[in-house]
Design a protein around this ligand. Structure first.
Ligand code: TPP
Length: 331
């Protein structure tokens, strides 16, 4: 089992045979299994290019059964051998008995499960940020909603997300509209006042709808906001680094405003956390208290986290490559 970005939460990550997220920043295990399998059951996914990589080399040996409610999605990117049109709530139970009769494939499972599912590499520049996300997620009630904006922080959050909570991970997937997270998160918090809503943005995307801090304050929403501040339009900078000889054109945000001061101007409590705080094992008591207080406050809170400016998201399938051609930190 694997999940797309938008599907996160629909499958319990602790379920047997769950291999993680697929696609451009998916796990090695999920992508390799997709590349090598000979039968693929697709439930309500649309073969987005961030999932398939080069569509002509996507799952090259696989027959596809496509469970889908929207007939327009069928055969759009990759022809399927068997379309099953309808609401999954209806079609899956009908097929369930049939699906249970799939022949024994335990040897294939052993191969698929033998691969790394816990990327990214713990030694990399992104490690403190990943640690922050792990520490925050481990403190959250299981019914929390995590809202991610668009960019590197979105992919790190998706990679570390470990909840079985449908619609528990909300992000702008298809369009990838920066600035989505803050207004979406405040809408969710308004609809679910008792739920912990954690909004994760980059320093670029947060500034696209930063004025919504006024709405957060006006409505007194207990929203928890995190800015992963790498002082770049990080995802674009990553492509510039890896594929355009470090030509960092128009991605430098080193002249960012002081987000803590901005939040204070909106009368929202804010704090900055240095990435050194996330390097210590176990976490220093002070940093741990910070995170506990941040999440348990009944007021809106902003946490600005200093991320290494050149931290990258790995694994990465370069645009136009096949899923098996992932790049890793060491390469
Ligand atoms: C409105 C909009 N403009 C441009 C883009 C293209 N884009 C995708 S990710 C990204 C950089 C995001 O930077 P930041 O918000 O700082 O997040 P980071 O990648 O550093 O985590 C850009 C410019 C987009 N997705 N949406």
């Amino acid at each position: 089992m694997r999940s797309t970005l938008i599907g996160l939460g629909a499958v319990n990550p602790e379920a047997p045979y769950y291999l993680g997220m697929v696609g451009m920043h998916g796990t090695r295990a999920a992508n390799m299994a997709l590349h090598e399998n000979d039968l693929l059951l697709v439930f309500g996914a649309r073969f987005d290019d961030r999932v398939t990589g080069d569509p002509t080399r996507f799952a090259p040996n696989s027959k596809i059964v496509h469970f889908e409610i929207d007939p327009a999605q069928l055969d759009r990117v990759r022809p399927c051998q068997l379309p099953v049109i309808g609401d999954l709530a209806v079609t899956v139970p009908v097929f369930y008995e049939e699906l249970r009769r799939v022949p024994d494939f335990s040897s294939w499972r052993a191969v698929a499960w033998g691969r790394e599912r816990a990327e990214p590499d713990p030694g990399g520049l992104a490690q403190p940020t990943i640690r922050l996300l792990d520490e925050l997620f481990s403190r959250l009630p299981r019914d929390s909603v995590i809202v991610a904006d668009v960019g590197q922080h979105q992919m790190w959050a998706a990679q570390r997300y470990r909840f079985a909570s449908p619609r528990g991970f909300i992000t702008s997937g298809g369009l990838g509209a920066m600035g989505f997270a803050l207004p979406a998160a405040l809408g969710i918090q308004l609809a679910k006042p008792e739920t912990t809503v954690l909004c994760i943005s980059g320093d670029g995307g947060f500034q696209m709808n930063i004025q919504e801090l006024a709405t957060v304050r006006r409505l007194g929403l207990p929203l928890k906001m995190v800015i992963i501040d790498n002082k770049y339009l990080g995802m674009v900078r990553q492509w510039q680094q890896l594929f355009y000889q470090r030509n960092y054109a128009e991605t430098d945000l080193s002249d960012n405003p002081d987000f803590v001061e901005i939040a204070k101007a909106y009368r929202i409590h804010a704090q900055r956390l240095n990435d050194d705080a996330m390097r210590k094992h176990p976490l220093a008591a002070q940093a741990s208290d910070h995170l506990d207080r941040f999440l348990s406050s009944s007021e809106p809170e902003l946490l600005v986290f200093d991320c290494h400016p050149e931290a990258n998201v790995y694994p990465m399938v370069p645009a136009g490559a096949a899923l098996s051609e992932m790049l890793f930190e060491e390469e």
